[in-house]
Every structure is written in C-alpha cells, then in structure tokens.
Design a protein around this ligand. Structure first.
Ligand SMILES: [Mg+2]
Length: 392
C-alpha cells in the first residue's frame, strides 16, 4: 500500500467516462472507399471525476467501438486516480493484452489518456506541456493538410488556405499513384508548388495505407526522385505501412526525407521502424497510438535515434491541442499537422485556433490542454454533447 508523500494532492477519482461520436460533417479521407459525412470516424471522450473536474480527449475511430472499449476497460479505470495518467493508461494497456491490443482498445485508451492529462493539468493549474517536459517554444507552424486533386484544381485549393495564412502544405492521397500515370502525379505536384506562398513549404503523402495500395518499392523510388526535383520537403507513406524493409531501402536511397507511422499504434510497434532506420520523420497519431503518455515516449525514442518527430493528431481540435502540448514539451518540433476545412477542428471550440501573421499557431499555456469545447457547437455533430458536459 502506497502512502501519500508530503505535499501530495488528494486523489481525484474517475466516476464515469463517456464517448461522443462525431458525425454529420466527417471530412473526406481520400480513401478508395470514401468516408461519408454521416460516418463516425472520430469520437470525443469526457472523463468525469468526483471533484467535478472533467477532462476531454479524442479518439480516431468509430464512436461505437469507443463506447464498447470504454465498457471493456471499466474495471481498470473506475474509481482510479485521474491525477496519475501514465499509471492508469498503462494499467489499461497491460490488462487488455489479449483483447485486441493495438486496435480499437488502444485508440480508446488514447482519448482517455489525453483526458486524464487534461484533468491533471486543470487540477495542478499547469499546461500539459509543462507537466510532460516543459516549454521549449510558445508557437509552432501548422501545416495545412489537403487531399490531392486533378492538377487544374490543385492550385486553386491551395490558394484558399494560402489566403488564410498557411505557409506549409501537405498534399496526399486522391489520384496520386493510383492511376499508373507518373506524368499526372508530377503535374499535381507542380500545380501545388506553383500555388505556394513565397517561401512556402510542400510535403507529399502517397497514402499507401489506403485499401489495396497498388505500388511497391520501385514505384516509391522513382516517385521520390521526382519529388526531390520539385524540392518537396518529405515523402510520406510511400510504401505499405508494414513494409519495414522497403521503408529502410527507400530511406537509404531517397534524396528527400521519408516519413510514416500514422497507422502504427502502441510504442512497441515503433521500435523496429525507429531503431532500424525506416523513417527520417516519424508521425504517430496521439488519438490512436495510446495518447500523450505513449506518444511522448515514441517522440523521445525518435529524438534519441536522430529521427524527426511530427504529430499526426489533426483529426479533431482536441487532437491538435494535444499535439501542440507535445510540440512544446519536446525539442526541435517545427510542425504540426492541421487538416484543412474540417468542422471537427474549426467549429467545436469556444475560441477556434487562429494563425498569426507568420502562419504560426500559439501553443496554449492555460491548465491542461488549454482549450475549451463549446457545448452548442459540439452538439451539432453528436447526440451525446449533454453527457460530455454534464459536470460543467
Ligand atoms: Mg498521412
């Protein structure tokens, strides 16, 4: 039995965890079987406590799976101390090893973990960044993530967000690599490049985690060469996500950085990719990988092996808020992903994110995640908004 140390804060007990599936305006993913607006791809999480403090998180998965996972996980969170996020999250991981680790359970634990850190910050009066590492910076550049389109439309689409102040862009998925037409692929990239602001940055995402991705290593090597000729900053998911050896070969032979890792979950899955040289840049998703507790460890492993870390939690405002805290708690984080035009990012907070004159996002330093959901706005996208905010 552990005794409380001097100065310890009284435990804050978890009483209830609820999920709010988001649907109605689910953005397209560029998937070969495309996401429909009414599909639930993301869910918000609220962790309620006996102290009346509620924490919020986000999961990248169907809300029905999140709701089931919360029930399966209940014996491990019910009555737990919300002020010990890493211990409670690890308890959930360790005790569900045989129940689908790495899948929906891990995605659900991600949202719970983010919410626990939010509570810990709110109770201690500190932003999560300060709790998990400190403040390396006060702002970071969001890169605007856009689906690829036909060359004649690609430039216009970039122009919309260029006018909003974004200075870095990533284009991905869509027709790229899917029509057996390398001239088309290059024309899309050229159109995007021509539409960048002066000094703008461009990255390319093949999206090889799409269903039945048709290309292999030789395609990726040729495409990487073409992208290098256009000064593309990185080439993402250029081979299938589990093709470790191909990633290693591609990285050795590519003139531009190779990135990936958004579909990997659990810190253990990243070990071979980071230690064997598969990535120049690793992109874990905080809303899938196990939350802030897990992502912090992956990012540090990457740092120790000279691999850059860029977060992929772009799917809701809370995912981005979590990525912002990681972007200050770790050294050398120069970008966060920011999906363009998603209601679940732009329309659910009391004060939406806004870019400064340099195209940067301020990293909140208010307690916890440092952002507030807006009850009425959230209610547009889920029937469970009442359950999320019950204690507020
Ligand atoms: Mg991607």
């Amino acid at each position: 039995m552990l005794s409380p140390s001097r100065g310890a804060i009284a435990p804050v007990r978890i009483t209830r965890i609820v999920a709010a599936p988001l649907f109605g305006e689910s953005p397209k993913g560029g998937w070969s079987t495309e996401i429909k607006a009414e599909d639930s791809i993301h869910a918000l999480i609220a962790v309620h406590t006996d102290a009346g403090v509620t924490g919020y998180g986000s999961c990248f998965t169907d809300g029905r799976l999140v709701e089931a996972a919360i029930k399966v996980l209940e014996p491990f969170w019910n009555g737990e101390n919300a002020l010990e996020p890493e211990r409670v999250s690890e308890k959930m991981h360790q005790n569900t090893f045989w129940m689908g680790r790495g899948g929906s359970l891990t995605h659900a634990i991600s949202g719970i973990d983010i919410a626990l850190w939010d509570i810990f910050g709110k109770v201690t009066g500190l932003s999560i960044g300060r709790l998990i590492g400190g403040r390396h910076q006060d702002r970071v550049m969001p890169y605007c993530s856009l689906l690829m389109d036909e060359p004649e439309r690609m430039g216009d689409e970039i122009a919309v967000y260029r006018e909003q102040g974004f200075r870095a862009f990533k284009i991905g998925w869509g027709p790229f690599g899917r029509r057996n037409d390398t001239k088309l692929d290059e024309a899309i990239v050229r159109a995007a490049k021509d539409a960048l602001p002066s000094g703008g940055r461009l990255m390319v995402d093949a999206g090889a985690s799409d269903a039945y991705w048709p290309n292999g290593l030789k395609w990726a090597l040729r495409a990487a060469d073409m992208l290098a000729d256009h000064d593309v900053e990185w080439f993402e998911e250029a081979v299938k996500p589990d093709a470790l050896e191909d990633f290693i070969t591609l990285r050795k032979n590519s003139r531009i950085p190779i990135s990936g890792g958004e579909v990997l979950t659990r810190r253990q899955s990243f070990i071979p990719f980071i230690t064997q040289g598969a990535f120049d840049i690793v992109q874990p998703d905080v809303t899938k990988v196990g939350g802030l507790s897990e992502q912090r460890r992956i990012a540090w492993l990457a740092q120790d092996f000279g691999v850059r870390y860029v977060g992929h939690g772009w799917n809701t405002a809370l995912g981005i808020a979590a990525d912002l805290q990681l972007a200050t708690a770790l050294p050398n984080v120069d970008l966060v992903e920011y999906i363009a035009g998603s209601a679940y990012v732009d329309n659910i907070m009391s004060v939406p994110f806004s870019l400064d004159a340099d195209g940067m996002l301020a990293i909140p330093d208010a307690p916890g995640l440092g952002v507030d959901l807006d009850r009425e706005r959230v209610a547009r996208y889920t029937p469970n908004a009442g359950l999320l905010f019950e204690d507020d």
